[in-house]
Design a protein around this ligand. Structure first.
Ligand code: SF4
Length: 331
């Protein structure tokens, strides 16, 4: 990078002073336990902070230690993950917990290199856990860090350049705080569309002050309408289970799809749901479900691993309470 040593030092001092004062009070920042840091980091991938907070508390209430997580069935882990989407993450978390509990005597590897050996832990997550939980001086690069670095330097950086630059800027005395401060700056000040440069702690060191060509446009969103049957009788709801070899959300439970009634009837209610590049308008009908389904008792339902959309519909219908009623991506 082009910054002089002095600029790097000034950058660190200002960023950390700002972080000390302005860091959001998030539950996973309260201690540096590697299990908690790990769970929060995995949940935060592709999911909004507000949605993660509620699931994080519930997940740790159910599985307070890596040993407890390692001995439960995968279905329980998926059920606790319901509403967060991207269920492969939950499966990998469960797999890694088994390795840690059975092969590593319940202890997390204390370095990024060691952590990367575990299922589902890539370069970013390994560096985040190692720096936050074990103070290892390794930098992280995620979407927020990338944006901050490119705006500060005023140039686009290739993938490896980003990691090298982040490593050079890293505060080696407080690596975990520095990494979190970079991500916090990107999430709350140096935001994608309208960076709040006037409140930015490093504005004097920034080459662009927000004026950098926009990233290539996001892919266009498609629109689709779908119809589900909400067949609730005798304290039971009809649900279907996705095939175990489905590419999306295998084994998860959802409401049965139904053809749109043709007599001009209006649905019981409609919800919106987005999955990657498709925005769904989901019409829910009080009709008998046809095809193969299971009538599941209302008490069983909160324990099932359900798609985020099914949870959203059942929450809206008053059948399910809990945090999953907000829009999510990925299931
Ligand atoms: Fe981002 Fe603006 Fe700060 Fe530069 S000055 S890092 S563009 S918020």
């Amino acid at each position: 990078m082009n910054a002089t040593k002095l600029e790097c030092a000034t950058f660190r001092t200002r960023l950390l002073a700002w972080y000390d004062e302005h860091a959001r009070d998030l539950p996973w920042r309260k201690d540096h336990d590697p299990y908690r840091v790990w769970i929060s980091e995995i949940m935060l991938q592709q999911t909004r902070v507000a949605a993660v907070i509620e699931h994080y508390h519930e997940f740790l209430r159910r599985f307070p230690t890596v040993q407890k997580l390692a001995v439960v069935r995968e279905a329980s882990v998926l059920a606790a993950w319901s509403g967060l989407g991207y269920y492969r993450r939950a499966r990998m978390v469960h797999k890694a917990a088994k390795v840690i509990a059975r092969e590593l005597d319940g202890k997390f590897p204390a370095s990024a290199d060691g952590l990367r050996e575990l299922p589902g832990i890539g370069r970013y997550t390994a560096a985040a856990i190692a720096s936050i939980a074990f103070d290892e001086p390794v930098a992280v690069v995620d979407g927020n860090v990338k944006r901050v670095l490119e705006r500060i330097l005023g140039e686009r950086l290739a993938r490896e350049q980003l990691w090298v630059t982040a490593e050079k800027l890293l505060d080696r005395a407080r690596p975990g705080d520095f990494n979190q401060a970079m991500m916090e700056l990107g999430a709350t000040v140096c935001t994608p569309r309208s960076p709040a440069c006037l409140t930015c702690p490093v504005i004097e060191l920034c080459r662009t002050r927000g004026d950098i060509a926009a990233e290539s446009k996001a892919p266009p969103q498609h629109k689709r309408e779908i119809h589900y049957a909400l067949d609730c009788r005798d304290d039971r709801v009809s649900l279907v289970q996705r095939p175990s070899d489905a590419s999306l959300m295998p084994g998860m439970w959802e409401l049965p799809e139904t053809p749109r009634p043709e007599n001009g009837a209006v649905p019981a209610f409609t919800v919106r749901h987005s999955i990657t590049t498709t925005d769904y308008r989901v019409n829910v009908w009080h009709v008998r479900s046809s095809g193969s389904h299971r009538a599941i008792g209302l008490q069983q339902i909160p324990k099932l691993a359900m798609t985020g959309l099914a949870r959203k519909i059942l929450s809206r219908a008053g059948i399910l309470s809990g945090p999953a009623s907000r829009p999510q991506s990925g299931g």
